[in-house]
Design a protein around this ligand. Structure first.
Ligand SMILES: [Zn+2]
Length: 307
């Protein structure tokens, strides 16, 4: 092991890592490197994750059918709800489960909300729906809800809904999601529609750091327990500045486009992916990240446990 590797390994812990799981009714894999799995294989997968000492996952659902308002996200036996129940029955509290709260995988438009006549999400209608979805996931066993639609007032709306229904202990992991082309592999894997989706009027632009920080402070003030920065790339300055502004935990998501680029470079023998990731993730921790959501969590955990 090189001295640099040793430094990186001392900064990253498996307790920092969160594994994303995309769950649907049919399993599939594609050249994006992302996989959709069904709940039939969930127990085996989680046993492996736990054996690597990873104890946190985030679930993204891909429903069997879609409609304009993404109503499958509210189904009592929807893909996320059934998976949460299986996890709770099989693992009790051994694994912390975060559930992504959005409807872009569930509706026809691919937008993160109920769209109006102009094909933009209606903020207030979307808040009501997201709060109901969050409650449904909490009732099914989620420890943490992760709203990612970037609607104004979303954290407060979900916090109030959870508190009113006896879920004061359920945490909220709020996403600070910047407008980016790096989400396309996830969309190719999970969406009904992947082209011509313009989310620039509700996701935050890269260039406006004051707007990014203002939105994070609003989410923190509304009761967010964890702030998640997405994507991780080119955001070390933002992570570091948020670290100074909020007292809650900070997560960073190494998103699907970053993962796909890494895999493509590795496939072509241009870089060693694990050498790169060890150094890169150490930098994310150095900047202030407490948690890293990454499709490579299991590979990194294996590497950390190797002597
Ligand atoms: Zn969304």
């Amino acid at each position: 092991m090189t001295i640099q590797d040793a430094y990186s390994k001392s900064l990253i812990k498996t307790s920092n890592l969160i594994t994303p799981i995309i769950i649907g009714t049919n399993s599939s894999s594609s050249n994006t490197g992302l996989q959709v799995m069904t709940d039939r294989n969930l127990i085996n997968r989680l046993e492996r994750i736990l054996s690597l000492n990873i104890d946190k996952i985030i679930i993204f659902g891909v429903p069997p059918s879609h409609d304009s308002n993404g109503t499958q996200a509210l189904e009592k036996n929807g893909v996320v709800q059934s998976s949460l129940k299986i996890i709770r029955d099989s693992f009790d509290k051994k694994i912390q489960v975060i559930a992504d709260v959005c409807i872009c995988q569930y509706n026809l438009s691919g937008h993160c909300g109920i769209v109006n006549q102009n094909n933009y999400p209606d903020n207030d209608k979307t808040l009501k729906l997201m709060s109901k979805i969050a409650l449904s996931y909490a009732e099914s066993g989620a420890d943490t809800l992760a709203p990612s639609s970037m609607m104004d007032g979303l954290v407060l709306s979900i916090r109030n809904k959870l508190n009113l229904n006896g879920y004061r202990e359920t945490k909220i992991m709020s996403f600070s999601k910047q407008f980016s082309s790096l989400y396309s592999p996830f969309r190719l894997t999970a969406y009904m529609k992947v082209s011509k989706i313009d989310k620039s009027n509700y996701q935050i632009g890269y260039a406006n750091s004051r707007e990014i920080l203002r939105k994070v402070e609003l989410d923190y003030g509304e009761g967010a327990d964890v702030i998640t920065i997405k994507p991780s790339m080119a955001n070390l300055d933002i992570i570091s500045r948020i670290r100074e502004r909020v007292r809650c935990r900070i997560a960073v998501q190494h998103v699907s486009g970053e993962y796909a680029m890494l895999k493509a470079a590795s496939r072509n023998n241009l870089i060693n992916e694990y050498d790169w990731l060890l150094g890169y993730f150490a930098c994310l921790v150095r900047a202030g990240a407490d948690f890293i959501i990454t499709y490579e969590a299991e590979g990194i955990a294996e590497l950390l446990s190797a002597q």
